[in-house]
Design a protein. Structure first.
Lengths: 330, 327, 327, 330
């Protein structure tokens, strides 16, 4: 009998099934978007594929009723758990007026939804790290006990804003969880040309914060360290830098062709560790995920996505003149 | 009414807003214990404590970025950039983030941050402590840029900036800090952002300017008055977005327009003022729209000879006014 | 003469300059193995090796700053910013450093760097992959800003930029990359930076623009010609510092001026063009100086409806031209 | 008999005397500038006082015939060794036309002199770190074997440009020596409000570079680690982050009054470790620095400074219209 690894983390059987379902949902939404893109129906996709274990593991370790999240463009798994619906993601992919992220103004992957404390993001990478520190600082002044969660790629951890934001959080011992989803590429540039340190988490020491590197294909590992980070944060012990090792299973985006800079073999190798399959295996091995249950999930997810796609495809665009609105308030 | 210096009005506005609203806090280099390198925040650390008057690490992008985060949460951060010249590392946060938060989120989020910075020359500050930086930002919808000229305006406009629901860059002329004094009501008042102010009503020539140059222009106008030349003087107060209506009215009034800025000439906010006039009241003009500005060199040098050559003053304005009046 | 696309002209200029001068090297995100996200550097990694075609870490301030260091040493770095929108983190290096190195060292040091970036909209790039950023830099003496409109100009001006002893920002309209094709001589030639180019000689109205809009204006002019309206069209090519002489000449020629830019209206480089005209040839004008530009909103949205609303095109220019002609 | 500590470092007796003389010269120049400032003759001073040990120790470990230096505003000791004369420093303090740094355009402390490979600097802190990487990269492409030396304060190590420049140098294993002069203050802000890490050198690991912290009051210690850093650099082993612990013995600059944020006792305590005195003691203890020698040095230095001051004071300013020159070449 294989070992139950989630119980000791305080996760119920239902919890881990929910985690799996969220991962699967993220994956399936993403796959659908590629189909829609290749069919010429949506102009752009940027993928979560391969990152779902890290994303969902982390998201479940947060308090989705009060924490603030500052996700980056791949974090479909994170925003789904925080309350963004598939329909809303599809509205964003189709750039429709009802898209809650931006009303069709931004590309998909630029998440933002105030009611769920998903903080609006932009394209220039890592600008959200100082924002996460700022929201945590505001919470401290305001005597609230939430934490902020901010994520980014390993290439992006070379931006000045990562450094300045991390340092600020460290100096003020702010309740910030910085999570790097290290997939070893920044578009085409491999990690050796991005960073000279062995681990991105080696950077934590320079900010006086705890740093840790985990297998991002394993949502339970990620859950554990993010939960610990959250506890540290709430205890007033300051920020944590969590590095999750993942693989990007797709090209960088729908505009990229990765054949020019990495081999098929490399991707095949990565696919063996695909978190969707490895986590499913675990759940099957311990007898939680039955054929039937999985089939039900697949069916349910397919119908959610179908419905969302139909809705979004048929939804109206914002009127042209709407472009003039909301430059300033009042 | 009490007489205050320009910088005292800054401090008064900050103090009153912090007393009024717990959500207002300060963030910047040396703003705490030291009270700021110019003393704009003097006494506030003692009064409000280190949690609301925060000595930030030396990192401008974080000062802006942390402020932006706090503002999105609902606080009213007032960030100080020690010298306007050092706002450049924060440009990405200001232009890509603060300016676009409301728009990009389709009005879901907003960013009520105020970023203060002393700017301008004439203080032996050399290349990097003398610059006018407003033109870098004066083409970024979503931002407002306020540059007050008097202590009265400082207090009313800084309060308005702090209460504004959108990001405001608030540039204070450092030469004005102690040089310019004026009456400032002790009570609470705000002045509208986006509105220019007629400083002098006149018939012969129109001068449009802002910041310290308003005072130089007033001095010059006084001298001209003695010779019977009457000057209509408009203080822009907000340099972005501009008060088009006031500009058009002022220009049409006399038909002879002089635009004055301490900034380099090419690409200054005065180019936009000129373009507005040329677009809207060309046929009311009796003379070419004249601009008086700093030379197109990177910034004001340290040596007094070259600094003086660059820096605006009443004499240069007087000369340009007379030329225009005689046109 | 071979026909090339706009982007092929970029690649050709880079290749030829790298072959000509060992001091030329490339630095930017994905410029190496991938050949750039737009393929502007395709084949150069293979030809010149990873030491001269460097895939930089994702950090624009370092891309500019490392380039500046190398340029001060005497190299001829050509840095690529992947999208012009992402130049903002490098503003401090560009404005505080590159632009001021010669001046601040009293001519002891100089900084022959070229910074290339694709800009502009109409490609479903949304807010952060569509911006026109030239106005942020178009008031910084020490910089030159080149925006070519044709493949011929691309090659001649990019070579000139690389050989220039001062920093040059070279903005390439990304919509033009594959859309615009034209004859490009196979041999070596440079075009002068700082000189505008008369695209059409005409008598009724003057249109001044740059970049992709030149092509829209050409299309519009063609339609007007059928109705007997003759357009004088000036392509600025260098938007900072401006070619004043050419602007004055073009404006005076017809007395009716339309200025076109894809950028937001307030504070664009067209404001300066207007101010130059209003200062130098006001009495030659028969109509207000008209500006046609993007709306004053942060940037171009993603949804096709709103993108189209923002983006410049031949129809909008044609309409404005006709109005002006009828004035 | 006290131990000779310099011989084993490969330093001759004359070398260490020269080091001491350079330190003393830097100190005396600085002291004179304060006098001139307080007398209203020069508008601004920013001091090297307390940093001379670190500066001169480092400078002597470099090859002044080929290395490039990118000093920061306190580095009088570094530029003196690299060939800038006292007269030139005074011309800069008086903002006179002949000032080789800027022709009177920049404030004093903004060093730059091409013939001595002193790279022109600006006021915004830490912009020179990427420049140092860029010059090192250029040297590598150009197949030269010099190193670049770049210095900055500990507060400034929080700037994005420090991070981005250090990372670039690390990734490309460039021959760069990054030296932090950690004096525990950034103007009025104490180090605990600037950094959360124990040592600035803790940041080195994040760039895959060697990091070391030394007593900056001891020029021999600094010489040793910078020399080692230079050797590593030349061997192709990449950059080093050297942190020197020093004290700022003056207010931040002539515009600052430090009584509002630090105690007299703190400064008194720091003065006990003043590198000028501690290094002099060492040289006296081992019998190298005699009364007579020291007297000669003092006399010589005083006359150099007097002469330089007179010259600079009487030298002409640039003509007003010179402000228009050198915006562009040709
Ligand atoms: C400031 C900035 N520069 C460049 C880009 C273009 N860009 C988008 S994603 C990306 C690579 C990001 O790599 P990494 O941080 O590793 O994240 P990943 O995509 O691998 O998850 C680049 C260069 C950008 N968005 N922002
Ligand atoms: C980008 C920037 N921001 C602010 C300043 C103003 N400033 C000059 S020195 C300084 C403090 C520097 O502290 P540190 O790096 O520790 O060096 P130290 O002066 O202590 O040697 C500040 C804030 C500046 N020069 N540049
Ligand atoms: Mg990556
Ligand atoms: Mg310090």
């Amino acid at each position: 009998m294989p070992k139950n690894r989630h119980q000791s983390l305080g996760l119920t059987d239902q919890d881990v099934l929910n985690m799996y379902e969220t991962m699967l949902l993220a994956r399936k939404v993403d796959e659908r978007m590629w189909l829609l893109n290749r069919a010429g129906k949506i102009p752009f996709v940027i993928s979560c594929q391969g990152h779902e274990g890290a994303q969902v593991g982390a998201a479940f370790a947060l308090d989705k009723t009060k924490d603030y999240i500052l996700p980056y463009y791949r974090d479909v798994g994170v925003v789904l758990h925080f309350g963004m619906t598939v329909k809303e993601l599809m509205l964003s992919a189709f750039a429709k007026a009802e898209d809650p992220n931006s009303g069709g103004r931004q590309m998909p992957g630029h998440f933002g939804q105030k009611k769920n404390r998903i903080v609006t993001g932009s394209s220039p990478v890592t600008t959200q790290v100082p924002h996460a520190a700022g929201i945590a600082l505001a919470g401290k002044i305001d005597k609230k006990d939430f934490v902020t969660f901010v994520s980014f790629g390993e290439g992006s951890s070379n931006q000045g804003d990562f450094h300045e934001g991390a340092n600020f959080a460290g100096v003020h011992k702010l309740p910030v969880i910085l999570m790097c989803e290290n997939n070893q590429y920044a578009i085409s540039v491999p990690i050796q040309k991005q960073l000279a340190c062995e681990k991105v988490s080696d950077r934590a020491a320079g900010y006086g914060m705890h740093g840790v590197t985990v297998d991002g294909n394993d949502p339970l590992e990620v859950y554990k360290v993010v939960k610990e980070a959250r506890e540290r944060a709430v205890r007033g012990e300051g920020p944590t830098l969590v590095e999750t090792l993942v693989h990007r299973l797709t090209p960088h985006s729908s505009d990229d062709d990765d054949r020019s800079y990495r081999t098929k073999e490399e991707i095949e190798e990565a696919k063996k560790k695909d978190p969707i399959y490895t986590f499913a295996s675990y759940l099957k091995e311990i007898g939680l995920l039955t054929e039937e249950l999985e089939q039900n999930m697949q069916t349910k997810i397919a119908s959610i996505i179908d419905e969302a796609t139909d809705y979004a495809e048929n939804a109206p665009y914002a009127a042209p003149e709407h472009a003039l609105k909301h430059v300033y308030g009042n | 009414m009490p007489i205050m210096s320009y910088i005292e009005a800054v401090t008064a506005a900050l103090r009153e807003e912090m007393e009024r609203d717990e959500k207002v806090f300060l963030l910047g280099e040396d703003v705490g214990k030291k009270g700021g390198v110019f003393k704009a925040t003097q006494g506030l650390y003692e009064q409000f404590g280190e949690e609301r008057v925060i000595d930030a690490p030396l990192a401008e992008s974080a000062i802006a970025g942390v402020g932006i985060g706090a503002a999105m949460y609902g606080m009213r951060p007032v960030c100080e950039i020690q010298f306007a010249d050092f706002i450049m590392p924060a440009v990405n946060q200001i232009i890509s983030e603060a300016a676009k938060i409301r728009y990009r989120s389709n009005n879901d989020w907003n960013c009520p941050i105020t970023i203060r910075a002393p700017f301008g020359g004439g203080v032996h500050g050399a290349l990097y402590h003398s610059q006018s930086v407003e033109a870098v930002f004066a083409n970024q919808p979503g931002l407002k840029i306020v540059i007050p000229s008097t202590p009265y305006d400082v207090k009313g406009l800084l309060k308005a900036a702090i209460r504004d629901d959108d990001p405001v860059l608030f540039f204070e002329h450092k030469r004005a800090y102690r040089l310019i004094k004026g009456e400032v009501p002790a009570d609470d008042y705000v002045l509208p952002i986006g509105k220019a102010d007629v400083k002098l009503e006149g018939d012969d020539i129109t001068v449009i300017t802002y910041g310290l140059c308003v005072h130089f222009a007033l001095q010059a106008a006084e001298r001209l008055e003695k010779d019977g030349i009457s000057v209509h003087l408009l203080d822009l107060r907000t340099v972005y977005p501009l008060d088009q209506e006031a500009i058009i009215e002022a220009a049409s009034k006399t038909g002879k327009v002089l635009l004055v800025t301490e900034d380099n000439k090419e690409g200054s906010v005065m180019s936009e003022v000129s373009a507005i006039i040329a677009e809207h009241c060309l046929f009311d003009l009796d003379a070419p729209i004249k601009r008086l500005a700093g030379p197109d060199v990177p910034a004001m040098p340290f040596a007094p000879t070259m600094e003086k050559f660059f820096m605006m003053n009443a004499e240069k304005i007087e000369k340009a006014m007379r030329e225009l009046a005689e046109f």
